[in-house]
Ligand binder design. Structure first.
Ligand SMILES: [Zn+2]
Length: 341
């Protein structure tokens, strides 16, 4: 019987025997980077990631993304110093991937999810899982309160928000993270006839990703003199910006899984919160453990302690790995202080 892989946490997730860090936020010798969100980005001597994540990092971070890259297509094995590495789609944002790691000597295996979700989306591939005896998974929404409504219901809320805004003569403004959530919104509304005006950061990311997206609606870069009849998409960090304050009569909506938190609307100071998330909800987290069927589970991000207790009650060997950001996430803030999820 193979011995389980050893995983440790020292400012980041470390699989020492494979010489590999998983999404470290500091410069490492060799790191797997699951996707191009800024809280997963650092410059490494060697970065292993998907081809699309490499492209996005180059477009987004320029020279800061320099260093050697090893980009592997989804599903293709990479044999490296006694290990087989394979990337699997994570369903979080375009290019996002999980890492499946196998020790050739005895077949011991590990699956690292990075940020992920199981639900289908309009802007990235569906997640694909494989069995592993060690599972390292994110638990951003790891308590039962966070069970997202069906996708159709969330899309219905988005349509309703737009209808009310236009009927009241208000300019609708969605707050959505410029990489991932914004494109998911655009692709979801591709055939509706709405015209979009995007904050420059959203516009730039959308242009970078356009060749990889199925269909996009009409969109242009923000111009304060021509907002009438347009749907605005801005990153959450711009909520208090002068640019938006100068616009007369806006109606605002935050797109976030934290919408299910009772006071989210007031905390975000918006007219509406809509639970469009690119993370797994509580039910999907449980489903993941069933799908991967591990002997041992390590939990990172969000409600790690709570979900570990939950899994142990279900008979799994589960424990929180590090304990870095629980309360921040409860406020809808990522480790970098940016609104997330
Ligand atoms: Zn992410």
């Amino acid at each position: 019987m193979s011995q389980l892989l050893s995983v440790s946490y020292r400012r980041g997730i470390h699989v020492a025997e494979a010489g590999l860090w998983l999404d470290p936020q500091f410069s490492a010798e060799c790191a797997f980077v699951s996707h191009a969100h800024s809280d997963h980005f650092a410059r490494h001597r060697l970065t292993i990631c998907s081809e699309l994540t490499h492209q996005i990092m180059t477009a987004r971070y320029g020279k800061r993304a320099a260093g050697a890259f090893l980009s592997i297509p989804f599903g293709e094995p990479l044999i490296r110093e006694g290990w087989t590495l394979r990337l699997l789609p994570a369903g979080h944002i375009a290019g996002s991937s999980m890492l499946h790691l196998r020790r050739e000597a005895d077949g011991a295996s590990l699956l690292y999810t990075g940020d992920y979700k199981l639900r289908s989306s309009s802007s990235c591939e569906l997640a694909r899982f494989e069995q592993a005896d060690t599972l390292v998974m994110e638990t951003t929404f790891g308590v039962p309160q966070y069970r997202f409504p069906p996708r159709d219901k969330v899309i219905g809320q988005i349509h309703n928000f737009l209808r009310v805004a236009f009927e009241s003569g208000e300019t609708p403004v969605f707050y959505a993270y410029s990489l991932g959530k914004a494109q998911e919104l655009l692709c979801t509304l591709a055939d509706t006839g709405y015209c979009f005006m995007l904050h420059r950061s959203v516009w730039e990311m959308t242009r970078t990703l356009a060749p990889h997206l199925s269909a996009l609606p009409a969109y242009e870069c923000f111009d304060s003199s021509r907002t009438e009849g347009k749907v605005l998409v801005f990153p959450p960090a711009s909520r208090k910006s002068q640019t938006l304050r100068k616009l007369k009569k806006t109606r605002t909506a935050m797109l976030s899984g934290w919408a299910l938190s009772p006071s989210a609307k007031y905390r975000y100071d918006v007219d509406e919160v809509i639970p469009l998330s690119d993370h797994a909800d509580y039910s999907e987290l449980l489903e993941t453990v069933t799908l991967v069927n591990p002997k041992r589970v390590f939990l990172v991000h969000g409600y790690t302690q709570e979900f570990a207790i939950d899994l142990r009650a279900r008979g799994y060997d589960a424990r929180a790995l590090g304990r870095h950001d629980q309360m921040e996430l409860d406020l809808g803030l990522s480790r970098s202080g940016m609104p997330t999820a």
